[in-house]
Ligand binder design. Structure first.
Ligand code: TPP
Length: 378
């Protein structure tokens, strides 16, 4: 029997799609692994750049398409309208629509549920794909998108890929950490600990500090390892951990530690420049770099192939940049005094700990954190 993943790949091939740009979602991780094997694959750092790359591919006379999460459409809208639409270029977008089916993450609801309205408002056509049989809609529509230079979103419900028929894809891909050594041998030692082990190692050191924690499994792991009223858990808005931390550090005197991830930093690296410009002494960006999108199935990020985050921070002008690969260095890095902000490049092994969901309502979390920051300011 054909899995829905294979069926969709077949349709793309039949329509002579050449280039596929992706930014992962957990619900389509098996599909993405296949896409990567079958097409010229462009792993994105931010959904918006995929719109530009796809425009370039179309200008060169080839056929692009994109795979993103519903949240990613929010990062794409301006470029879709003022580039793709304005120049009448074709772009099929396969969207893993979150918030509509067996959703465990409440932060996925606002964007996922409002997506059809947002697309309607933007004048972007879309088709709703709720069952494997609906993939015939893709088969019918896809050739017209290229023929008529349309933007069209296929909203894929997680229900489409619920039953995995293809046993070869039954376990998610594992990020090849050793690839990191190819590019960063001279500057980066080998990682030793997973994100969870790192959080355990620094749990004393982050005591009573304001912690802004990266979305997804990092926040769940921090909640399990050490919940305190000064922890702000991000549940959505990928790429916003460092900006949130910067905002708190500018508006208060509390020590702020942003526990960030490589994928999230790469989505919004410009914040390092803004942070370096203000250089707040109470800000530490603690970037746990596991060379992967850990929360969505360990898809490799570009820190495993070409990017060194420590050099990136230096290049943006961050005055104190520390690389930490072992437990002692990871703890020391938080203790090191500094006149300005610090960026700690924490080298980690991929892997997630099985931890429960955060049993704290996000508005209670906000209240606790606000009280903590403002109380201590008095
Ligand atoms: C705009 C947007 N695109 C994609 C996602 C899906 N997503 C959630 S967490 C995540 C991976 C984050 O990776 P990283 O910051 O490296 O942290 P890690 O989980 O590896 O510790 C992705 C891609 C999202 N939530 N928002």
């Amino acid at each position: 029997m054909h899995s829905p993943e294979n069926r969709l790949i077949e349709i793309l091939k039949k329509t002579r799609v050449d280039y596929v740009s992706t930014l992962p979602c957990d619900r389509i991780k098996f599909l993405l692994e296949k896409v990567k094997q079958e097409f010229f694959h462009i792993p994105l750092t931010r959904e918006e750049e995929g719109v530009g790359i796809s425009a370039g591919i179309s200008l060169a006379g080839q056929r692009p398409c994109m795979f993103v999460q519903s949240s990613g459409i929010g990062n794409m809208i301006n470029a879709l309208l003022s580039l793709t639409g304005f120049y009448e270029l074709p772009l099929p977008i396969f969207v893993s629509q979150r918030g509509i089916y067996k959703e465990a993450i409440a932060a996925q609801m606002p964007m996922g549920l409002k997506l059809p309205g947002i697309l309607k408002g933007a004048g972007i056509g879309f088709s709703v794909i709720t069952r494997p049989d609906d993939l015939s809609i893709v088969e019918q529509k896809l050739p017209d998108i290229y023929l008529n230079n349309e933007i069209h979103a296929f909203l894929l419900s997680p229900a489409v890929f619920e039953g995995i028929c293809d046993t070869a894809m039954a376990s998610p891909p594992v990020c090849p950490v050793k690839d990191r050594q190819k590019i960063n041998t001279a500057t980066s030692p080998a990682p030793q600990l997973t994100r969870y082990e790192i959080l355990q190692a620094i749990s004393e050191e982050i005591n009573s500090k304001v912690i802004v924690c990266n979305l997804g499994i990092p926040s769940k792991e921090l909640f399990a390892v050490k919940h305190q009223p000064s922890n702000f858990y991000m549940l959505g808005s990928m790429g916003m951990a460092a900006p949130i931390g910067l905002g708190i550090s500018l508006a208060s005197e509390k020590a702020v530690v942003v526990i960030d991830g490589d994928g999230s930093l790469l989505m919004n690296p410009g914040t390092l420049a803004t942070a370096a410009h203000f250089n707040p002494p109470n800000l530490t960006i603690y970037a746990i770099d596991n060379s992967s999108y850990g929360s969505t199935g360990e898809q490799p990020t570009l820190t495993g192939s070409c990017v060194n985050l420590a050099l990136l921070a230096e290049g943006f002008g961050v005055p104190t940049v520390i690389t930490a690969a072992d437990k002692k260095q990871m703890i020391e890095a938080l203790k090191t005094p500094s006149d300005g902000m610090k960026f700690v490049h924490v080298l980690a092994l991929p892997g997630n700990e099985k931890v429960p969901n955060i049993s704290l309502h996000h508005l209670d979390n906000k209240k606790e954190v606000m009280e903590y920051i403002q109380e201590s300011e008095k």
